[in-house]
Design a protein around this ligand. Sequence first.
Ligand code: PEP
Length: 252
Amino acid sequence: MRKHIVAGNWKMNKTLQEGVALATELKEILAAEKPNCEVIIGTPFIHLATVSELVKDCVIAVSAENCANKASGAYTGEVSAAMVKSTGAEYVILGHSERREYYHETPEILKEKVDLALAEGLKVIFCIGESLEQREAGEQEAVCKAELAGSVFHLTPEQWKSIVIAYEPIWAIGTGKTATAEQAEEIHAYIRKCVAEVYGAELADETSILYGGSCKASNAPELFQKPDIDGGLIGGASLKAPDFKGIIDAWK
Ligand code: PEP
């Protein structure tokens, strides 16, 4: 059976001290009440080593929010997949719409990042999703398929096992507008069909597909009840431990 996952994406929030405090609070809450799903926290680079050490004996896994598309060398300010791996992090989020939009990450660049991350033994949470304009033009399926084809459908079936997909309609990220559970289920089922066309029904069935976009404790239960929604990638609501725990509890 595929994994149910609730993953946080802190984005560019929290100083090191604030991040350690948040991770500590979450660790204590989850030690008191075991989650019914895999829990991941995606933190800025500077938190990775400290937070990985802090949660190493508990249920929480750690993710980076990005990595470089180069293996090493003269790329000032960049952080490689090998460096991420060396912190103890298990995952990296790639293809987030904020990276695509503000940092001009193209499908080709993302493909390089995915390959380097997998080569280092990281698992990848790969984000896809359409803009409001594309949704209004009915292009959401074509956009998602193209984003998958452009950056991850070249992987071998073995490599595919390290991929988690996050469907995040851009119009729902940080806007308070959530896709309805029906809208989300429709596209999740389509994404799974696309995966099946490339990797077969069995691997598609084992692929976790997360929903992201203004997901919170109040709407998570309805979303997570849908057969093709395997959890969430959570931005704003991952910044306070009780809010994040409320979403984790949707799997109870
Ligand atoms: C995200 O950026 O991955 C996200 C889903 O953000 P939010 O939950 O704040 O909409």
